[in-house]
Design a protein around this ligand. Structure first.
Ligand code: GRF
Length: 196
């Protein structure tokens, strides 16, 4: 059965776009996009692709109800800048995935979002960074890791340049992880993910 995917966004939605653009390679379909911000460009991207686009500002119960009503199999957080309630997370066990723009467990957790993540990496002077796709658990950025990919920081001097380099990775590994999920190829055992 083709899996129904909901994508949650707060901003530009370039990760959402990467999923839409790769949908024909997946055993899944994005049937719903939700944003907690009314003017998120991600909502426009959804409408342009004829996908239902909904704004829900800060009501996890309404969100849970909508996702259940639409019989969503997988929830993808793609630049969703809100912390989900435990109730939400337990409603979709191992069925919520998130993309984070660093190599978890570096530069993650509360306050580590958007450009701040890359500023932290620059300031710490790490030589490599990257992106992580993981299942969402009650611990912020703490759930089982599905895919990570690394890039060199080299002589990049600005956080925005690192962001650009990392985004390229994000746009590759997020659709890849979703594809694996849709083919039932991700097995979670004792906090570790095995790709079948
Ligand atoms: C991405 O870097 C994502 O990893 C982070 O927020 C950014 C969202 O970008 N959580 P976009 O809205 O997908 O363009």
């Amino acid at each position: 059965m083709v899996k129904k995917i909901a994508v949650l966004v707060s901003g530009g939605g370039s990760n959402l776009q990467s999923i839409i653009d790769n949908m024909d390679t997946m055993n899944g379909e994005v049937t719903l996009v939700v944003s907690n911000r009314k003017n998120a460009y991600g909502l426009q991207r959804a409408m342009d692709a004829n996908i239902e686009a909904v704004h829900i500002s800060k009501d996890d119960q309404a969100l849970i109800a909508l996702l259940q009503e639409r019989e969503i199999d997988l929830v993808v957080l793609a630049g969703y800048l809100a912390i989900l309630s435990d109730e939400f997370i337990s409603a979709f066990p191992n069925r919520i995935i998130n993309i984070h723009p660093s190599l978890i467990p570096s530069f993650c957790g509360h306050g580590a979002y958007g450009i701040h993540v890359h500023e932290m990496a620059l300031q710490r002077g790490v030589k490599v960074t990257g992106a992580t796709v993981h299942f969402v658990s009650e611990v912020v950025d703490g759930g089982p890791i599905i895919i990570q990919e690394v890039c060199q920081i080299g002589d990049l001097k600005y956080a925005s340049d690192i962001q650009e380099r990392v985004l390229e990775i994000e746009h590759r590994i997020l659709p890849k992880a979703i594809k694996l999920f849709c083919e039932d190829k991700l097995k979670v055992h004792q906090e570790r993910v095995t790709i079948l």
